[in-house]
Ligand binder design. Structure first.
Ligand SMILES: [Zn+2]
Length: 280
C-alpha cells in the first residue's frame, strides 16, 4: 500500500551506527502507519528489559501500528530502494586507489586464480605451491561459495571485531588456498584496508533489504522506548551480485589492531598505515 508519492527515503543517505541520521526519518515514515494512539502507544521512554537483537521489539512495535508488521516490513524494504546506506568492505591491498578508480568488483574466480598463480611464481616463500601443488590446493578448498558475489556490511565495528581476517589476509578464498602454513605470507603484502561505500540500497536484493528493514524497525523501537545512547552492533552483510561503481567508494582507512579469527583470535598489529592510494 502506497502512502505517498514521494518517499521520505528519496535520496536519503545514512549510517547505521549514527541513529540521529535515520531515526527521525523512520519516525516520519511510520507516522501514517500508527494506530489511533500514535507513537504514544509505545510509551516512549519506558525502558524495556530486552536485548537489542530480541525480536520482541518488533512485537512491541506492532502493538502500536494500524498495519500488519509484515506489511510494514515489506513497504519499508521497498521504500529503502530510494536510500543510500554507508557500508564497509574489508580487504588487504597495496593500492586502495584502485577501488576509487575502478570500483569494487564481484569475486571472479578465474581472475583470482590468475593472481594467485602470479603471487606463487613471484615469491619464493610460496615455492611449495609451484607446479601442480597450487591446482591441488585449489581443489581442496570449498570452491562453491563467493564466485560472482560481493559482500559489504552495515557495521564496520562488527567487521573489525569479528571478521578481521578479510583485512589481515585479503581474500578469504586466497587465504584458504594458501592454508595455515602459507597464509601468513599475505600479511607481508600491502595494508589492511577498510573501504567505505555509499551503497544505493536498490543494488541490494529484495530479501536482504527486507532483513535490513526489519533490523531498522527493531532498532528504532529499542532506541525510542529505551532512549538508548548507543547503537546496536549488528552483524549484517549485503550480498551483491553486481560490481559497485567507483563513485560509491567514498573513502578508505587502514586500521592497525585486530583479533585474528584464523589464529585463535590472537592480537595482530599492523604497522602499515598507508597505501599507494593515500600517499604511502
Ligand atoms: Zn590508503
Amino acid at each position: 500500500m502506497r502512502r505517498s508519492r514521494d518517499s521520505v527515503w528519496k535520496g536519503h543517505a545514512f549510517v547505521w551506527k549514527r541513529p540521529p541520521g535515520w531515526v527521525g526519518v523512520l519516525k516520519a515514515w511510520l507516522g501514517p502507519r500508527f494506530g489511533p494512539a500514535g507513537i504514544e502507544a509505545l510509551r516512549p521512554g519506558l525502558e524495556r528489559d530486552l536485548c537489542w537483537d530480541d525480536t520482541a521489539w518488533l512485537d512491541l512495535l506492532e502493538t502500536a501500528l494500524a498495519v500488519d508488521l509484515e506489511d510494514a516490513v515489506d513497504e519499508l524494504a521497498d521504500d529503502l530502494r530510494h536510500a543510500v546506506l554507508r557500508t564497509y568492505h574489508g580487504t588487504r591491498t597495496i593500492d586502495a586507489g584502485i577501488f576509487h578508480r575502478e570500483g569494487l568488483k564481484v569475486h571472479d574466480r578465474r581472475a583470482m586464480t590468475e593472481r594467485l598463480r602470479h603471487l606463487v611464481d613471484a615469491h619464493d616463500e610460496l615455492a611449495t605451491l609451484r607446479g601442480d601443488a597450487l591446482a591441488r590446493a585449489i581443489a581442496e578448498v570449498d570452491n562453491r561459495t563467493d564466485d560472482g558475489r560481493l559482500h559489504v556490511v552495515a557495521d564496520d565495528q562488527f567487521l573489525l571485531d569479528h571478521a578481521a581476517h578479510y583485512l589481515i589476509y585479503g581474500s578469504e578464498w586466497v587465504a584458504a588456498v594458501l592454508g595455515e602454513g602459507n597464509r601468513r605470507f599475505l600479511r607481508t603484502q600491502g595494508a589492511p584496508t577498510l573501504l567505505e561505500i555509499d551503497l544505493p540500497l536498490r543494488m541490494a536484493g529484495p530479501r536482504s533489504r527486507q532483513e535490513f528493514a526489519k533490523a531498522m524497525l527493531r532498532e528504532w523501537a529499542r532506541l525510542t522506548c529505551n532512549e538508548a545512547d548507543w547503537s546496536a552492533p549488528i552483524d549484517f552483510a549485503f550480498c551483491l551480485h553486481v560490481d559497485i561503481p567507483p563513485a560509491c567508494v567514498v573513502g578508505h582507512t587502514h586500521p592497525t589492531e585486530f583479533r585474528d579469527p584464523l589464529d585463535r583470535r590472537a592480537i595482530y598489529v599492523s604497522d602499515v598505515t598507508t597505501c599507494m592510494g593515500c600517499g604511502g
